[in-house]
Structures are given as C-alpha cells and as structure tokens.
Design a protein around this ligand. Structure first.
Ligand SMILES: Nc1ncnc2c1ncn2[C@@H]1O[C@H](COP(=O)(O)OP(=O)(O)O)[C@@H](O)[C@H]1O
Ligand SMILES: Nc1ccn([C@@H]2O[C@H](COP(=O)(O)OP(=O)(O)O)[C@@H](O)[C@H]2O)c(=O)n1
Length: 418
C-alpha cells in the first residue's frame, strides 16, 4: 500500500476526528490512543458497524474531485439505511493537516454489502477505510485500519482506541483554507488551474486571459467603488444607477469574458471553483486599472465576495465557527488592486426573500433547508464584515432604490476624490 496514508499513519494516534453531525455546527470530536481505554458515554452512538472513509491521495486536484463525488458514489452503492456524515481528520493546530471523508453508520440488514463496497473503495490509492468495533466488555471502542486488500482484511496491528478530544475553537476546515478555499496571490490560484488543465481543458483558456502585470501598486486617477452583498440585495439596481449618476464605467467580477466557462467551474469542487473566481478578480482588476484612468469605476462584486463565500462555505454551523475576527484569512491579497471604497448592502431576511420571490426564485418549502440557508447567510455577511484592506462600509438596502442611491452617493463623496 504505497499511498500517502502510510506516512499519515505515523501520526495516526495524534489525529483528531471531527464528525459533522448536522449543518448547525454540532461536531463530535474524538482522538485515538494506542492503549486500550474505556470510551466515554457520549460515544455510544459510535456503534458496531460504523466506518470512516478518508480521502488522502497525493494529487490535490484528483483528491478534491474524488471527495466532491464521494457522497453521490456512496449513496448510490451503499444500502439506503447507511447514514453518511462528513468527517474531517486533522492534527490540532497544524496547518494543511486536514483530510476529509465520510463517517458511515450502517443500519442496514445487509452488512456484507456495505463491507464489499468499502472494501472495493479501500483498494483505491486515494482512500483510507477504517471500521469501529466495540470491545468485549462493551466499554472500549476501537478503530481498525483496513489494509485495502481485496478480501477486506483488517490490519489489526493498526488498532487504536477512541477517546474524547478537546473541543476545537473553530471549524477544522479553517486549518486548510489558505490555498484550498482562498488564494492570496495570483500565482497560487494559477497553479491550481495549471494542475487541472489535463482534466478541465477550459482552465487553459482562463489562464490565457489572466494578465501577468501587477497593477496593485498603481493608484487609479478616478475612484473605484465596489458594491457587495448577498444575492437580491440590490447590487444590479444600484450599480446601474451609480453608473448613470456618475457617468461611470461599470465592471463586474467575474468579468464578462469568463461567462462562457463559469458554469463549468461552478460544477467543480471548491479548490478549483475558488481558484477560478480568484483569477476573475485579477482580470477585473486589470480592467479597473485601465478604465479608472478615464472615469470613475463601479464594480459589481469583487474580492470581498470571493473571500467571504469561500470562507463561509468551507465551514458549517453558526457564525462562531468562522475564523476569528482579525485572522490573516481575512487579509487582502497584496498583488490585487484595492478599490477606493467597498459598500456592503445588507437586507432584512424577510425583505430579501420577498425580492427573491418577486424575481421568481427562493421559494423552498423545506424548513430545514431555510434554516441552513439562514446560518449560511449569517456566515457570509459576517465574513464580509471581517475582510480587511479596505473594510466594507455597511449600507441598509431596505429603503427605496432612490434613497439607497443617495446614501451611497454621499458615501462616495466622503471617501473618494471625484
Ligand atoms: N432598494 C430597493 N427597494 C426595493 N426593491 C429593490 C431595491 N433594489 C432592488 N430591488 C429589487 O429587488 C430585486 C433584486 O435586485 P437586484 O438589483 O437584481 O439584486 P442583486 O443584483 O443584488 O441580485 C429586483 O427585482 C429589484 O428590482
Ligand atoms: N467576485 C466574485 C463573484 C462571485 N463569486 C461567487 O459567485 C457566487 C455569487 O454569484 P451570483 O451569480 O449569485 O451573483 P449575483 O448574480 O447575485 O451577483 C458566490 O457563490 C461566490 O462564490 C466569487 O467567488 N467572487
């Protein structure tokens, strides 16, 4: 088994496993120890016929795509009574140590089918399968690493015991965000697309559009004003009115020239999708630099959107699972042109829903989904507020379109030389 998981095994007993019990942020954390120990009461739901499947291949593009398709693959192949929960395994406080997968509770009548499916998966270079057993006295829970052989032998020499672990301060995804979800320089985002050229030919076309000049230090003659906010907060309406009122040029990120490929990258896992949006900002920045030498520039979405959506999607649960305020994850990429002003439009959730419905979107009956969406929206908005360099100025987009326009014009007067 010449896979990276072997080197990972050296640290196996230092790893924390964090099971995402629901999208509301309930995490069940456990660690492993080599000495048999009594498991605490709260692990009683880690029962016989539980498994973990971790994706830990060497190639980050392939692993990201494999993990992205893993849930569907498992749901299609496993008995319907198998419950699937996302699991992360990481070394506490060690950046980039996180590997992801699924934790499975098999309540089916056909345990052999589940084992067969997992046995076949375990043969893959990208996957590590473990099962969990209750000891004879009922108190000890152990984890056995599968050797990956065809007959699904367990490698008993790799038995570890499950013990509780300390609560992590933040969602484990925070450990791997840099250069997986958020890219702080053009070169890192380009690298991802270069590595994916063979499987996503569109990457080449995107890379050809990304310039190489660093315009970040260039200070434009005219102000550059970015309008940010969740969908349906009124960005399109406001940016159009600002264009007219100021005789400004209107740009957006991702730029028009990327439209033919946006749908392709939206179907890719976060690593690739986020690199695509990051590069969109650099293309828009080049256009900003040019246009702002002739007239004021208004931009519909920019870096705040890229960073905030990426960070808010990578974690689950409440706002407290975000990286803390002041974290370097909210910094501005030093090679990306900074605007003169960033305005964040916020809207009462009911009014936003009303506007979405008026546009024919947003009616989802499922209450649970709405609840999850609510947490997601709260995380995005909070991440928006935490991004620095420049920080955004928050404007309530609830009043009439004309009133919002007047307020933003006033802000532009205050913040920018016109
Ligand atoms: N200040 C406002 N008051 C009431 N309705 C608005 C206001 N601004 C925009 N709308 C309406 O809300 C909907 C969403 O606005 P839009 O500008 O398309 O948002 P976004 O570009 O942020 O998705 C549109 O139907 C628009 O006409
Ligand atoms: N500069 C940008 C713009 C959008 N995005 C992504 O694009 C999505 C929003 O796109 P959208 O189509 O809803 O945007 P609007 O049409 O509402 O302006 C978000 O999920 C972001 O992940 C980004 O990452 N960076």
């Amino acid at each position: 088994m010449a896979k990276r998981s072997m080197s990972l095994l050296g640290q196996w007993s230092s790893r924390v496993f964090s099971i995402d019990l629901d999208k509301r942020g309930a995490l069940l954390n456990f660690a492993l120890t080599e000495k048999p120990q009594q498991a605490p009461e709260k692990f009683r739901n880690i029962q016989e016929r539980c498994y973990s499947v971790l994706v830990c291949g060497d190639d980050r593009i392939q692993s990201a795509r494999f993990y992205f398709g893993l849930e569907d693959l498992l749901r299609n192949e496993l008995p319907a009574e198998c419950e699937l929960l996302p699991v992360s395994s990481y070394l506490p406080h060690v950046k980039d140590s996180l590997i992801r997968g699924y934790f499975l509770k098999d309540a089916s009548e056909c345990p052999s089918l589940t084992r067969r499916v997992l046995g076949a998966l375990g043969l893959s270079e990208q996957v590590q399968v473990c099962s969990y057993l209750r000891g004879p006295d009922g108190g000890r829970w152990s984890q056995q690493l599968w050797s990956g052989s065809e007959n699904q032998n367990m490698d008993v020499s790799k038995t570890c015991y499950v013990v509780p672990s300390e609560e992590a301060n933040y969602h484990p995804s925070v450990l791997n965000m840099e250069n997986s979800d958020v890219f702080y320089c053009r070169a890192e985002a380009c690298k991802v697309l270069q590595e994916s050229c063979d499987i996503i030919p569109e990457s080449r076309a995107v890379l050809e559009l990304v310039g190489k000049t660093d315009a970040s230090r260039h200070s434009p003659d005219f102000p550059v004003v970015v309008i940010e906010g969740l969908d349906a907060t009124g960005k399109t309406t406001l940016t159009e009115s600002l264009r007219e009122a100021l005789g400004a040029r209107l740009l957006r990120s991702p730029p028009q020239c990327l439209s033919p490929w946006r749908a392709v990258f939206d179907r890719e896992p976060p690593l690739i999708r986020r690199a695509f949006y990051a590069l969109g900002n650099y293309i828009t920045a080049e256009q900003m630099g040019k246009e702002a030498s002739q007239a004021p520039v208004i931009v519909d979405r920019y870096w705040h959107s890229t960073a905030s959506y990426a960070i808010a999607t990578a974690v689950s649960g409440p706002v407290s699972s975000l990286p803390p305020e002041g974290s370097p994850l909210y910094r501005w990429p030093p090679d990306l042109l900074q605007p003169s002003l960033v305005v964040l439009l916020t809207l009462d959730p009911q009014e936003r829903k009303r506007r979405l419905e008026a546009r024919g979107q947003g009616q989802t009956d499922e209450e649970q989904e709405l609840d999850h969406n609510l947490l997601f929206r709260l995380r995005v908005e909070e991440a928006y507020r935490r991004v620095r360099g420049p920080a955004c100025v928050v404007v309530d987009a609830g009043p009439s379109a004309e009133k919002v326009l007047q307020q933003v014009l006033l802000l532009i007067k205050e913040h920018c030389r016109l």
